[in-house]
Design a protein around this ligand. Structure first.
Ligand SMILES: [Zn+2]
Length: 150
């Protein structure tokens, strides 16, 4: 009796499906258009970005709130990571950013001159590209505002 290795092959599957964003639609639509929409609690005035449907403090439903598309870098890190649904792993810069007018911070990608991407740097949302990313959240990229490092 002979021993044989079980036959196997690598197969590639492709799947396209329609994915709705529900209550996140105003936030993601604005992001694709180059602006930031957060949430504001009508009861206590707490402003968050990314938006929250319900206030952390009192449980009230929040409202969409237009923000300036600027902020300040709190922390920076560099890592070789793939961006889902798009590019292979490569070195990318990420930062914790305090978006102006909000009470929290967001993790976002940074682009631009790496010498300007330091703690305290003022940043703005990168204008929308003519090529939309595979997922709208991938448009959440900030770039330095030159000459504003504090
Ligand atoms: Zn509240």
């Amino acid at each position: 009796m002979s021993t044989q290795t079980a036959l196997s092959v690598d197969l590639t599957l492709s799947l396209t499906y329609h994915h709705g964003f529900g209550a996140l639609s105003p936030f993601l639509t604005a992001l694709q258009q180059g602006s930031l929409v957060g949430s504001r609690c009508p009861a206590c005035g707490d402003v968050r970005f990314p938006p929250r449907r319900v206030c952390l403090h009192d449980g009230d439903a929040t409202e969409p709130h237009q923000l300036d598309s600027t902020g300040q870098v709190i922390r920076v890190t560099v890592g070789s990571v793939p961006i889902p649904l798009s590019e292979p792993a490569q070195d990318r810069i990420f930062a914790e950013i305090a978006v102006d007018g909000t009470n929290n911070r967001v993790l976002a990608r940074l682009s631009g001159d790496p010498t300007l991407l330091k703690r305290g740097a003022r940043v703005r949302l990168v204008p929308p590209s003519t090529t939309k990313p595979p997922h709208p959240i991938q448009a959440l990229i900030f770039e330095p505002i030159e000459g504003t490092l504090t």
